[in-house]
Design a protein around this ligand. Sequence first.
Ligand code: BES
Ligand code: MN
Ligand code: ZN
Length: 461
Amino acid sequence: MPLAFAASDVDSVPLYVLTQGDMHAWLDHQDDVTRAWVGRNGFKAGLGQQLAIPDKDGAIKSVILGYGTDDARRRVRFGLADAAKQLPKGVYHLETDLPDDEKAEFALGWLLAQYRFAYYAKQDEPAAQLKPPAGIDANRLEIIAAGEVLTRDLINTPASDMGPDALEVAFLDLAGQHGADTRVITGEDLLLQNFPIVHAVGRASAKAPRLLDMRWGDQGPKVTLVGKGVCFDTGGLNIKPASSMALMKKDMGGAATVMGLAHMIMALDLPLQLRVLIPAVENAIDGSAFRPQDILTSRKGLTVEINNTDAEGRLVLADALAYADEEPSDCIISMATLTGAARVAVGPDLAPFYTDQPDIAAALAQAAATVRDPVWQLPFWDAYEKMIEPGIADLDNAPSGGFAGSITAALFLRRFVTENPNYLHFDIYGWQPSSAPARPKGGVGQGARAVLEALPQMVNL
Ligand code: BES
Ligand code: MN
Ligand code: ZN
């Protein structure tokens, strides 16, 4: 079900947003009954607190939403969004005149809080609807929400229904919606077309590996998105322990996120040329599985010694990035659930990113703060290049030592992008470990909204 605003012409209940500082003045203007009701219900305007206020017939006259303190709002993004989940059935409108960026955060948070993953079990339907607040671009927010829904649905769908074949179907469906051109290279054809590592990583699965390629738009700057599409990551022969394998349906989170971002770009009809590349594989085990100490020759010609078959993401991305790099691009962006080390470093909330371009980094950091899609720059630290050089081959896919795992993975990827200087890589998590405002537990997009907001500066749109 699409996440949408209510029609503007229906009756609606006013929502008042009150900071803790606003409380006294607001109470002074209320009648005795309302003051008593607010007091008895313990409403103190804490961020996310909410209270419906009845009229004399027991209907809802208005709703007050706690906006807490500046500090609380800095800490908690989309802090008002739980209202969308908890308010009684009905249509509401924002009565308080917030600054435009806060209105947009409120409205988008409301939409995203209505997300349900209801393909396998019925879920409660969102009951509270919001009219689009004046002064925000409602259409843009609905498009952003739709992109995020696509990302979440793709991640949440288990590998039994979201293997490389199903990811291809979803990819072609997305392209079809927007009239984009596609090309898919599958199975043995990957060898004929020189994608040897995509084939090697994916060949042990019952679902053939494939490379998904989409092109859309014929003018303006060229943006190439590359997403890790590992539909399930067992770790391969260096098999993961149960606890590490538990969440690995989400290992196509990079693919899901670039598809969500591609939806936003195409639905908004941005004046750019978009390309999306996804190596879609399952890192599985059978007699044909690639092995530790195998040396693989990549599309680009660089040889890679496999020192851990669980470092498969950088492998499939290597061929896809090399392919992307064969054409001039104003920006190549990769997104991948690439390393556990990124999670150890920054936790589940922040998306670390890497780029050699200070302007891109600055635009992105600012956009991320504006749209509350937090990202954090980590360095392509040149001195660590030697960690990914095993001697026996050009590159080592899994350096020993355990230092700087997210950085060495990023450096590995950068070796495959040598012709286009504007390269941006995200090491995302793609998963919300426990429910937060606007982000129920499960698959979640990271970085896509920040990139969308930063694109005009990043590529001079
Ligand atoms: N998909 C994993 C990374 C991952 C694990 C992301 C957990 C998010 C949560 C990736 O393929 C992987 O297994 N990476 C290894 C690399 C190592 C073997 C060099 C890792 O990070 O442990
Ligand atoms: Mn792995
Ligand atoms: Zn993986």
